[in-house]
Ligand binder design. Structure first.
Ligand code: ZN
Length: 87
């Protein structure tokens, strides 16, 4: 049986090459055209050694969408908690 399902499991950290990632939360700062959006409680895989955070593609897309909306609304600086915009 050579098939292996890839689950969301711990991966080796590519930054320190020592630690392994664990599910957790991080804070992401998005800066664009002079505006800054700080998003807290972003779900991510966190390295247990160096603390590097790995954010998934879906979450990144959601973050960028929030940033676009904030810019459109004229936000210059904002701190908010992460809310998934995808279904
Ligand atoms: Zn690391």
């Amino acid at each position: 049986m050579g098939t292996r399902l890839r689950k969301e499991e711990a991966m080796k950290c590519v930054v320190c090459k020592m630690g392994e990632t664990r599910p957790g939360f991080t804070t992401v700062t998005l800066e664009r055209e002079g505006a800054a959006l700080v998003v807290r409680k972003v779900p991510a895989q966190i390295c247990d050694n160096c603390g590097e955070a790995y954010v998934s593609a879906e979450v990144t897309r959601s973050l960028l969408q929030s940033a676009r909306e904030a810019l459109r609304a004229g936000v210059e600086v904002d701190i908010r908690e992460f809310v998934a915009t995808t279904v």
